[in-house]
Design a protein. Structure first.
Length: 62
């Protein structure tokens, strides 16, 4: 499932060396999310609308 997807790394990362990132990929109608440090491990998949609402909520809380 993850091999054919086009993954994008988050533009924000955790402190330190900047190696605490997540990657996302569109898997219509869902969004796949994975740990960039362990791309072969488990992937979380959520509905695209729910992911968009989550991102908007994070933006508003800043």
């Amino acid at each position: 499932m993850t091999e054919a997807m086009r993954w994008r790394k988050s533009t924000y990362s955790g402190g330190g060396d900047g190696d605490t990132c997540v990657e996302i990929a569109e898997a219509h109608p869902r969004i796949a999310i994975r740990d960039s440090k362990a791309p072969a491990r488990a992937t979380l998949s959520v509905p695209a609308r729910s992911f968009a609402a989550f991102i908007e909520s994070v933006k508003r809380s800043r």
